[in-house]
Ligand binder design. Structure first.
Ligand code: FCB
Length: 447
């Protein structure tokens, strides 16, 4: 089982970047070390019934202490780049002052990553909002957007020397909609108007931070990371076609259209005005400033049937298809279609695939983790990216999710997405077959 691309693929040229990705809360642990403040995910984990197995981030992969060996692991995989995120509650105190101990951790980490010759992609917000800001309304409070600007200013003025690419946010859809509309992620609130208002404040925060980051980091690229699933209609019926349109509008267009065109999808005005946030004059200009890149996270697709109450409901693909251990359909063709459609709809900046991966029920047997399903998934999705590039989409890099197994949000440690297996009892890391396949693919490319 191996990963291969057509020999003429542009992805094999030396300027196409391959990496692995992680996020602070999912790997760091050490949630009280060095004056780190509580985040909304600490609180959510401590709330009974919210996270599978009552798991929490207190230890996670203990990356806060094992980061040097983890950099060696990244090197062992032979990648060009590493994408990580900074924990806001580690680096800033409640008065908006720097927490030097937290900054020191990232300074040491980033310095070493650069010294190892890696291309470093950093996300400022991968969901771990300080709890004290949530206590003042979190992303429902417009003031949080201005606090984010302060945080972005602090971090980029301290750490830009070692960072090639800054992303303001990871997946505003998940932070806002899963967190404030559907209640399945922190902070666990659930009202449609909450989700959309939180989303607007996150997009506003992105726009407010952009010029600040550009000033502090003139040599870095600046952008945002969105996640998208490709939406299909469950049938040819007009009502299912409508359901699909609304799913696509609320999950995908709601986030990309304001960034690219400075407006929320117009169809919402007539069909579902309750999903339109409160927007102040000037907000949309702030949100739609040009970016250097757009990050895209892709995992799966969805199928939608009409639902009289919610406009759409998720149904399973009527065909027999492959699913992953987290129940997500494997659909590499959907990846190509999604990218090509976006390219047709918008004048996009250069894109990076900032996450793509699969949960498998991995077991370690005599040091071997047979995750052939993951190798097939990666092969299929890398070829899907190749197809999109052939169709004209400007894609400059690809990051596998994830460097190692980690805390998978509401699923706790029950779902494993890593190219490396983590034994949570011993913190031992073991490269899976997929990690070796990725390494071999990358090494072949160089020769
Ligand atoms: C994405 C998240 C990432 C990870 C993967 C599986 O939505 O950005 O942190 O959990 O899903």
């Amino acid at each position: 089982m191996s990963i291969t691309l057509p020999s003429n693929s542009k992805m094999l040229s030396s300027d196409f970047i391959f990496g692995v990705a992680t996020a602070s809360f999912q790997i760091e642990g050490a949630t009280t070390a060095d004056n780190r403040l509580t985040s909304i995910w600490d609180t959510f984990c401590a709330t009974p019934g919210k996270v599978k197995g009552a798991d929490n981030g207190e230890i996670a992969c203990d990356h806060y202490h094992l980061w040097e060996q983890d950099i060696q692991l990244i090197k062992d995989l032979g990648v060009d780049a590493y994408r990580l995120s900074i924990a806001w509650p580690r680096v800033m105190d409640q008065n908006g002052e720097a927490n030097q101990a937290g900054l020191d951790f990232y300074r040491a980490l980033l310095t070493k990553l650069k010294a190892e010759g890696l291309n470093v992609f950093v996300t400022l917000y991968h969901w771990d909002l300080p709890q004290y800001l949530e206590d003042k309304g979190g992303w429902l409070n417009r003031e949080t957007a201005y606090q984010f600007k302060r945080y972005a200013d602090l971090v980029t003025s301290e750490l830009s020397e070692w960072v090639d690419s800054w992303a303001t946010f990871n997946e505003p859809f998940c932070a806002a909609i899963l967190g404030y509309e559907l209640g399945i992620h922190a902070p666990g609130l659930s009202k449609p108007e909450y989700g959309r208002q939180a989303a607007h404040h996150i997009l506003l925060a992105h726009g407010l931070a952009l010029p600040v980051i550009r000033k502090n980091a003139p040599k870095s690229q600046v952008g945002i990371v969105l996640n998208m699933n490709r939406s299909y209609a469950a049938s040819e019926k007009a009502e299912d076609q409508f359901a699909c349109l609304m799913r696509e509008t609320l999950d995908n267009q709601f986030f990309i259209e304001p960034l690219m065109k400075g407006q929320y999808p117009q169809i919402l005005k007539t069909v579902a005005p309750q999903y339109l946030p409160n927007v102040l004059p000037g907000d949309m200009e702030i949100i739609s400033q040009p970016m250097d890149f757009l990050g895209m996270n892709f995992y799966t697709c969805n199928h939608n049937a009409f639902d009289s109450e919610n406009m759409f409901k998720d149904v399973k693909n009527s065909k027999t298809v492959e699913y992953t251990d987290i129940g997500w359909e494997v659909a590499p063709h959907a990846f190509t279609e999604l990218l090509v459609n976006l390219h047709k709809q918008y004048t996009l900046p250069p894109m990076y695939i900032t996450e793509n991966g699969i949960a498998c029920a991995d077991n370690i047997i005599d040091g071997d983790i047979n995750d052939d399903q993951r190798v097939r998934y990666l092969n299929g999705h890398l070829n899907a990216v190749h197809q999109a590039i052939e169709a004209g989409v400007d894609i400059r890099g690809y990051f596998a999710w994830s460097l190692m197994d980690n805390f998978e949000w509401a699923e706790g440690y029950s779902k494993r997405f890593g190219l490396t297996y983590v034994d949570y009892q011993t913190q031992e890391r073991t490269i899976k077959r997929s990690g070796y396949a990725y390494r071999d693919f990358l090494n072949n490319r160089k020769s």
